[in-house]
Design a protein. Structure first.
Length: 150
């Protein structure tokens, strides 16, 4: 049983839940034979609307708690870089989408099970308040213009 997530990190965990949902949508799209372009359009929307800001907030406010030389932060930043490359790939789109589904799920699990627990155990009250301050609380609004995963 993991430690309870501190409320300052809960919005990041909600983002992670939506990222896992994206992975499932990609998987369902391919299993149903949906055209790659349709899946890519949704994934691009998700990337621009959610992933970019989430990564920026983590890198600016969450990761510095452990410092840029910490092995877990180096791993998380490497994963962010890999994922950004996959999301922006325009050459082998189908392969990149399938790889996003695998890598993003792995990344979320790493952050939720390992990295956030370490950050939570090392952060002081002021650092936790700073993390919370910059992540706006908003209910996830999905793009339902093409629900290919249904």
């Amino acid at each position: 049983m993991g430690i309870k997530r501190h409320h300052s990190l809960q919005e990041y965990s909600k983002d992670h839940y939506q990222a896992l949902s994206l992975c499932l949508k990609i998987q369902k799209g391919f299993s149903k034979g949906v055209a790659t372009e349709r899946i890519k359009k949704y994934v691009d929307w998700f990337y621009n609307t959610h992933i970019l800001e989430h990564f920026q907030l983590e890198e600016k406010y969450v990761f510095p708690i452990l410092g840029s030389n910490h092995e877990l932060i180096i791993k998380a930043l490497d994963q962010h870089k890999l994922l950004l490359n996959l999301f922006t790939d325009t050459y082998n789109i189908e392969n990149s989408l399938k790889e996003i589904q695998v890598q993003l799920k792995s990344h979320v699990r790493f952050e939720e099970r390992i990295l956030f627990n370490e950050i939570q155990s090392k952060a002081n009250k002021e650092e936790l308040e700073m993390i919370e301050k910059f992540h706006r609380v908003e209910k996830f609004q999905d793009n339902l213009s093409d629900v290919f995963w249904k």
